[in-house]
Design a protein. Structure first.
Length: 469
């Protein structure tokens, strides 16, 4: 890391920790030279960058002071539009919640995956059996990065049907969407870089930021409007953000889908600031209504969007096959994959390519969307019956998650542990932010077939919440 960047990071951390308060004078250039052992030019460069980012301001013949607008860092969480995280440490809690969902005795309302009974298991097994009988030793090599040619060609054709021009050579097949997202982030950032994310956001983004030692600028995102693009634009003017990780369709956990106009504006803002968009689009096939929403990838002009998706949420979770339409970054991502997981399972790639040739995929998706919409309506009605009147159930036209806001005095992490003792799992708000502002929220998986057991479990949840109130 360059010396001036070391000083920038150090002063940003000190201001964030309120060692230097808004309006306070910082050490002069010469004092900082003596304190840091750096040259005058290095210190001057660091101060100029901090001033351009809005952290500090210069006053003629007086020196440098902490900028007043840094005050937002110490405001109550409920009023924050932007939240900074110099480090993220959430992985252990997320691991515990996900492990609990694996217990067959627990009702998995906290699970991230839809009901596996909704997937065409028999057809997929037939495809897997068919390719296993014809599998040749050379197939292991032929399916190394960027992945199976037939599968990549089919994906390129599906992009083309949406009016998006993506060459099969730009597509890299990965071990699920999480590897696609991980590799994309690695391809465009270095440790210590700033990344813009949604708040609340998919916990996988927090895990990647923690693992890659990145810094997060979390932008307020709500179920009615999605990410606040005005705040995103202001944040990009203040901090040297390298990438933006975002779900533009069926955002997890809030469920919002950005309008076409907002997607166009998002791509334009990021392009102006030379920020790469890493688009997490795993729920885009689970739309309700008459028209599939386009990804932000459809509006790019300069191959600045890495579009990541998978078959795990709409076809088969266990195959762990995803992809990234990486454009100019495709070669870089292939090299990173060869250094980590080497490649995606050859039999799984071949089986999916075989299944997609049967033309059954779109028929399956139509049935899946109808069932999910029905089950989501049933779950919503049940929650309305049993949760207190103050609860706010945020819904969306697609997906299978409900984002639920409870009165502020209810801590959903405590609710999670109480419910878990009764064999019921939820996803508490703590999973979706590095702060505490969603401590009274939880995500509810509504993909399960509804019956007396599910109805009774929601009634128990309602009783627990009433006790906590």
């Amino acid at each position: 890391m360059a010396k001036y960047q070391q000083l920038i990071d150090r002063l940003q951390q000190q201001i964030s920790q309120e060692i230097w308060l808004p309006g306070e004078k910082l050490p002069s250039l010469r004092e900082q030279v003596a304190l840091s052992g750096m040259s005058l030019m290095t210190v001057m460069h660091a101060y100029q960058v901090l001033e351009s980012q809005g952290w500090i301001q210069s006053r003629p013949q007086s020196g440098y002071y902490v900028a007043p607008r840094a005050e937002f860092l110490s405001q109550p969480a409920s009023h924050q539009k932007v939240q900074l995280a110099e480090s993220v440490d959430i992985n252990e809690f997320i691991f515990d919640v996900l492990q609990a969902c694996r217990d067959p005795h627990i009702l998995p309302f906290g699970s991230a995956f839809p009901d596996p009974e909704l997937f065409p298991q028999r057809q997929l097994m037939r495809s897997l059996s068919a390719v296993s009988h014809t599998l040749k030793p050379a197939d292991a090599l032929n399916n190394l990065p960027p992945g199976n040619e037939a599968l990549r060609k089919t994906l390129a054709q599906r992009y083309a049907l949406q009016g998006i021009q993506v060459s099969p050579e730009e597509i890299v097949i990965t071990n699920g969407a999480m590897e696609a997202l991980n590799l994309s982030m690695q391809a465009v950032t270095e440790p210590g870089d700033w990344v813009a994310i949604e708040n609340p956001c998919f916990y996988g983004a927090l895990q990647v930021i923690e693992r890659l030692k990145l810094k997060a600028v979390a932008i307020a995102t709500d179920p009615q409007h999605g990410m606040d693009l005005d705040e995103l634009e202001r944040a990009l003017e203040r901090w040297p953000v390298k990438a933006c990780w975002m779900m533009t369709n069926q955002q997890n956990p809030v469920g919002h889908t950005l309008s076409k106009e907002k997607k166009q504006r998002l791509v334009s803002i990021l392009s102006q600031h030379q920020v790469t968009l890493i688009e997490d689009d795993v729920y885009s096939e689970l739309w309700f209504g008459s028209e599939k929403p386009l990804p932000a990838k459809a509006f790019e002009q300069q191959q600045s969007v890495l579009h990541c998706s998978s078959f795990s949420k709409n076809l088969v979770a266990g195959f762990r096959v995803g992809w990234v339409a990486a454009g100019q970054h495709a070669q870089r991502i292939q090299r990173l994959q060869l250094m980590s997981t080497l490649s995606t399972s050859a039999p799984m790639q071949l089986a999916l390519a075989n299944y997609l040739l049967t033309r059954s995929y779109d028929s399956h998706l139509r049935r899946l969307r109808l069932v999910l919409e029905q089950r989501k309506n049933q779950a919503r009605q049940s929650l309305k019956r049993h949760l207190p009147g103050e609860a706010r159930i945020n819904d969306s036209q697609g997906g299978y998650f409900l984002w639920i806001e409870l009165p502020r005095q209810v801590n959903t992490t405590e609710l999670y542990y109480r419910a878990l003792d009764l064999n019921i799992s939820i996803a508490p708000g703590k999973m979706f932010s590095s702060g505490e502002q969603y401590a009274n929220y939880f995500r509810f998986n509504a993909s399960w077939e509804w019956g007396e057991v599910q109805e009774a479990a929601v009634a128990i949840l309602g009783g627990l919440i009433a006790e906590m109130l």
